[in-house]
Design a protein around this ligand. Structure first.
Ligand SMILES: [Mg+2]
Length: 230
């Protein structure tokens, strides 16, 4: 049975904004600045280390500062080079905050849904980066508030993150709230933990090998119209 939703919580990266494109451009620019040729293998290696750190962060094993300030030192250590991780992170972040490539259909969907629902962003990340990317992409005006884990003090899928969001918005009826996101380990798991519905944005039709259970699954962001409108 379809519920009557009022509050839509949107994940940002790889749900509305194309993080892979932003990350790619930022890495390319960083390496250009460092005058180091960046190969596809190096890109994949960076992503592997970075994702490993994010997974550790989502499990609460390492803090956000440790994550961002060590990812480049860990990466370069792999290539036998000692660098100041925090300094490289700063350089990288300056490029990353320019990345505002939209997922196909995202701007139109958000604009149209904002006429009918209350929209919020719930994202794990760094506040200034996410704010800047939202602004540049044209998405920002359609959201009532942007919840960034750095500011909240907890990250998805932690129940504390969601409790903060619910209390800030003043949500008492969890049935009227749904989260839309691409990550099973943060968005859908978070929904399961918090007791709200969820829509898994799964454009590449990945298999769900986790114990997180989405209420809905979509391939294109425009499919939200069918789910949200009876
Ligand atoms: Mg995401």
């Amino acid at each position: 049975m379809k519920k009557s939703y009022k509050t839509l919580l949107f994940d940002l990266d790889d749900t509305l904004l194309d993080f892979a494109a932003a990350e790619d451009a930022a890495l390319t620019n960083l390496f250009k600045e460092l005058q180091i040729p960046l190969t596809e293998v190096m890109k994949e290696t960076y992503k592997m280390f970075n994702q490993g750190l994010w997974r550790a962060h989502e499990k609460g094993e390492i803090g956000r500062d440790e994550l961002v300030n060590t990812r480049f030192s860990i990466f370069f250590e792999h290539y036998g080079k000692n660098v100041d991780g925090a300094e490289y992170e700063q350089k990288y972040r300056n490029y990353l905050k320019e990345g505002a490539q939209l997922i196909e259909g995202a701007l139109e969907v958000v604009e149209r849904l904002s006429q009918q629902f209350d929209l919020y962003i719930v994202t794990n990340g760094v506040k200034i980066t996410q704010q800047n990317r939202l602004k540049r992409s044209g998405l920002l005006p359609y959201f009532q508030h942007v919840f960034v884990s750095e500011e909240v003090g907890f990250q998805k899928p932690r129940i504390e993150f969601f409790n903060y969001v619910f209390s800030y918005i003043g949500i008492t009826d969890l049935d009227s709230t749904i989260i839309i996101g691409d990550s099973l380990s943060s968005d859908i798991k978070g929904a399961n933990v918090a007791g709200i519905d969820s829509c898994w944005f799964n454009p590449f039709e990945k298999e769900n090998a986790t114990d997180s259970v989405p209420t809905y699954q979509i391939k294109r962001i425009t499919e939200l119209y069918e789910i949200l409108n009876k």
